[in-house]
Design a protein around this ligand. Structure first.
Ligand SMILES: Nc1ncnc2c1ncn2[C@@H]1O[C@H](COP(=O)(O)OP(=O)(O)O)[C@@H](O)[C@H]1O
Ligand SMILES: [Mg+2]
Length: 322
C-alpha cells in the first residue's frame, strides 16, 4: 500500500500497517500504522515500555509481528534481519552493539558485509577474502568515519572509545550498509548536551544525503527540533501523530509523560481502578482496606483482627528481607 502525498517527488520509504506484537498475554505493540517518506526525519516517542524498541524489532525482522505488514519502498520485507538490511534498512541499538575487540575501522567494515561478496563470518574471522573486500571497502569506510568525525580514531579498539563516540560508530556501521532508511534507537542516550547537538547535526546531514530517518528518543528538545513528524506510542498503541508542534501541544502526550491518564487512554481504566482503590485505602486503616468493598457480606470474624495485625514495629518485615 502506498500513500500518495502532496509533493510528487516524495515516495513512501517505509510503510508499516497494522503491526501487532504479542508476547504471550502481553501485547507490546498494537495495530500500529506508520509511514516514513523520502527526505523525512520521523520521531517515535513514548514512555518506557511503550513498545518502541519492539516496534523497531518488528520493522527489522528481529521479531515476526503477530499481525501486520512492513513494506520498504513498496516491497513487503522478509522477516529476516540480514535480508532487511540488504533491502535497505539499517539500525542502531538502544544498547550499543559493537565488536568491542575490533578496531573502529573494522567495525565499519563489518557493517559493509551486506554490500560485499564476502559474508559476515568472513568479516568476523578476518579470512583472506575479507581482506580483499576490506581493501575495496576501506575507502568508503574511511569516508564514513570522516563523515561522523572518527577518522582519527580508525585504529582504536571500539571498547576504548568514549561512550558518545561508540554511539557515533554504531551510526557509521549502520550507514556502511548503504541504507535508504536508518532507524536509530535512542541515539543520544547517555550523551551530554554538546554531544547531543553534534548528533542532531549528524542526523540532519544523513537526511541531506537522501537517507530517511526514524528515530526513537526521550530527549524532547532533540526530537521536536529534529523531526518533520512525530508519533507517540503509549502502551503499544499509537496515540498521536503529527508535526512537532502538534504533538508537543497535545495534552494526551503530556499526560502520557507525566503519568496522568486522560479519559480514554489505553489502560486508563485499570489505572483509574488502582487509583480509586489506593485513595480508598488511604482513608481507611490498612487492615480494613482489602475487604472494604464487601464489608456487608464479610463474616463477622474477619473484621475484628485490625488491631491485632498492626505490628508494633512495622519495619520488621522489610528489614527481614536483607
Ligand atoms: N522479547 C520479549 N519478550 C517478552 N516481552 C517483551 C519482549 N520484548 C519486549 N517486551 C515487553 O514489551 C514491552 C515494550 O517494551 P519495549 O519495546 O522495550 O519498550 P520501549 O522501547 O518503548 O521502552 C515491555 O513491557 C517489555 O517488557
Ligand atoms: Mg526501547
Amino acid at each position: 500500500m502506498t500513500t500518495e502525498t502532496t509533493t510528487p517527488t516524495t515516495t513512501t520509504v517505509l510503510d508499516a500497517s497494522g503491526v501487532t506484537m504479542r508476547f504471550g498475554g502481553l501485547t507490546a505493540v498494537r495495530d500500529v500504522d506508520l509511514t516514513v517518506n523520502s527526505g523525512e526525519i520521523v520521531g517515535l516517542i513514548g514512555p518506557n515500555g511503550a513498545g518502541k524498541t519492539t516496534f523497531f524489532n518488528c520493522l527489522t525482522g528481529l521479531y515476526i509481528p503477530t499481525e501486520g505488514k512492513v513494506s520498504y519502498k513498496g516491497t513487503v520485507l522478509p522477516p529476516k534481519p540480514h535480508l532487511v538490511t540488504k533491502a535497505g534498512i539499517a539500525r542502531t541499538f538502544q544498547n550499543i552493539r559493537l565488536f568491542s575487540n575490533m578496531t573502529v575501522l573494522e567495525n565499519v567494515l563489518v557493517g559493509r558485509h551486506t554490500r560485499t561478496k564476502e559474508g559476515l563470518w568472513s568479516a568476523l574471522l578476518r579470512l583472506p577474502g575479507f581482506h580483499k573486500a576490506e581493501d575495496a571497502s576501506r575507502e568508503r569506510a574511511m569516508e564514513l568515519l570522516e563523515f561522523i568525525g572518527l577518522q582519527d580514531k580508525a585504529d582504536h579498539l571500539a571498547r576504548n572509545l568514549p561512550y558518545g563516540d561508540q554511539r557515533k560508530l554504531e551510526i557509521a556501521r549502520a550507514l556502511a550498509s548503504d541504507p535508504g532508511l536508518l532507524l536509530l534507537d535512542e541515539p543520544t542516550a547517555g550523551m551530554n548536551p554538546q554531544e547531543t547537538r553534534v548528533t542532531e547535526e549528524l542526523i540532519f546531514a544523513i537526511r541531506d544525503q537522501g537517507i530517511a530517518v526514524l528515530v526513537i528518543e526521550h530527549d524532547m528538545r532533540f526530537i521536536f527540533n529534529l523531526c518533520d513528524r512525530v508519533a507517540c506510542l503509549v502502551q503499544g498503541e499509537k496515540l498521536v501523530e503529527g508535526t512537532a508542534s502538534e504533538v508537543q501541544a497535545d495534552e494526551r502526550v503530556i499526560a502520557a509523560y507525566l503519568g496522568t491518564p486522560f479519559e480514554g487512554a489505553p489502560g486508563a481504566e485499570e489505572v483509574a481502578e488502582v487509583e480509586a482503590a489506593e485513595a480508598h485505602a488511604g482513608t481507611t486503616a490498612p487492615a480494613q482496606a482489602a475487604p472494604a468493598k464487601t464489608t456487608d457480606t464479610t463474616p463477622a470474624g474477619t473484621t475484628t483482627p485490625a488491631d491485632d495485625t498492626t505490628p508494633e514495629t512495622p519495619s520488621t518485615d522489610e528489614e527481614g528481607t536483607r
